[in-house]
Write a protein that binds this ligand. Structure first.
Ligand SMILES: Cc1cc2nc3c(=O)[nH]c(=O)nc-3n(C[C@H](O)[C@H](O)[C@H](O)COP(=O)(O)OP(=O)(O)OC[C@H]3O[C@@H](n4cnc5c(N)ncnc54)[C@H](O)[C@@H]3O)c2cc1C
Length: 383
């Protein structure tokens, strides 16, 4: 067993760090956070340098690297800035479904554009009545006159108002039993008549990403817009979660590390009662806890990413990484705000934004309770 990153992986991590340090400006981040706007200029530059879609095959505009390398980039981005990092990490959201199951045409058109900064993607699974439970969809797609006709509403869709392509989980066989065997994924393009997207409203964190309700009223798509196999959409999404949950875990590790860095630096500077905060044992224990949780979360995330790239898909491990890294991000950012005291509560000092941005990692891509259900379910079934 070798815990060392390869030379190439170290270089990627370093390059991602240097890019973030050079381009992620604090005032810019605060502006986008306040305005709820997507950081388009930084995203474009990240795409130009090959950070977005680093895990896509080279023939489709990527760098031909793995989930592991993508996790390293995302971690470094979120470490430097929780909001900018998350927005960039999610700009290619669900494109992996196209990478794994799309036709050659889908891949050449969409992946190449997503990686080069020409397109933003959105994955539409959640519905108002189907959140954690996506085994049945109210959104339907029926074949009519040689086309798919899509009707329904998706909610909480990341990139919803800014996406160029939407990957939509729909019920294509309403009579399937169980219902999830009648679901399929359809690629819908921005501007399709009947497609409407509106932000769901103000939100706690990750405010540089759009979160929208996306409705489909008689939206038509060619039959070739089917991604993967008809009736296998649910399974394709579950497979995607094995990959995407690693990415979310990496965002959580980065957010936790970024908050920790700031708290540690502050504890070494700030004096009270004639000594540094870092000289109080209460602070030292916080620092030890935070560093230990982060290291454990990072190891789990790297292991899940590495296993995925080896083709050893392990949903239990992926769920453990996502659950533990999310918990770590929430706990560490809370302690970071605490160490900065009143200053930690102020926008200017960044950790309050890390604190707000951390919480979503316990909710999207399956809540922490759903991750625990997966972990326990696999452990209990095992003979
Ligand atoms: C900012 C943001 C971005 C998002 N982006 C996307 C996106 O891009 N695409 C997309 O499709 N969705 C997206 N989502 C939706 C997200 O994945 C769902 O919110 C999440 O899966 C939970 O669904 P729900 O909100 O309907 O909660 P519910 O499913 O109603 O759950 C409510 C609570 O009950 C618990 N619960 C539910 N079922 C169980 C169970 N079986 N056992 C134990 N506890 C349970 C949950 O853990 C949770 O605590 C996003 C959400 C947010 C807030």
């Amino acid at each position: 067993m070798d815990f060392e990153l390869t030379k190439e992986q170290k270089d990627i991590k370093q390059a991602a760090r240097e890019f973030a340090e050079g381009e992620f400006d604090k005032d810019l981040a605060i502006k986008h956070d306040k305005e709820h706007s997507f950081p388009r200029s930084v995203w474009k530059k990240a795409c130009e340098l090959g950070f977005v879609g680093i895990h896509f095959p080279e023939e489709f505009g990527g760098q031909g690297l793995g989930v592991f390398e993508n996790a390293l980039v995302v971690e470094e981005f979120c470490r430097k800035d929780s909001g900018l990092g998350t927005a960039l990490a999610l700009s290619d959201f669900a494109s992996e479904i196209i990478m794994r199951h799309g036709t050659k045409e889908h891949k050449s058109r969409v992946l190449r554009a997503v990686a080069s900064g020409g397109m933003i993607s959105a994955g539409c699974f959640t519905e108002p009545n189907h959140g954690s439970d996506i085994t049945c969809m109210d959104t339907s797609a029926a074949k009519e006159n040689g086309k798919w006709l899509i009707n329904g509403t998706k909610t909480f869709i990341t990139n919803g108002t800014i996406a160029d392509v939407y990957i939509v989980l729909s019920q294509t066989d309403p009579n399937a039993k169980p219902t999830y065997r009648g679901q399929s994924l359809i690629l819908v393009e921005k501007g399709a008549p009947g497609l409407d997207a509106n932000d769901v409203g103000d939100k706690m964190g990750i405010r540089m990403t759009s979160t929208a309700e996306v409705s489909f009223s008689g939206v038509s798509a060619p039959l070739e817009a089917l991604i993967g196999e008809e009736g296998k959409g649910f399974y394709h999404v579950l497979e995607f979660f094995d990959e995407s949950r690693v990415e979310i875990a990496a965002t959580a590790v980065g957010i936790a590390q970024g908050a920790f860095d700031r708290a540690l630096a502050y504890a070494k500077e700030r004096q009270q009662f004639g000594q540094r905060l870092a000289d109080f044992q209460a602070t030292q224990h916080k620092i030890a806890d935070m560093a230990t949780w982060i290291e454990a979360a990072r190891l789990l995330t790297y292991q899940a990413a590495w296993n995925f790239d080896q083709g050893r898909i392990d949903p239990k491990l992926t769920s453990m990484a996502k659950f533990y890294a999310g918990r770590t991000a929430v706990l560490v950012t809370d302690e970071a705000v605490q160490i900065l005291g009143g200053y930690g509560y102020m926008l200017e000092n960044e950790v309050e934004r890390y604190y707000r941005d951390a919480k979503i990692t316990e909710i999207y891509e399956g809540t922490k309770e759903i991750q625990k259900n997966t972990i326990a379910g696999i452990l209990i079934k095992k003979k």
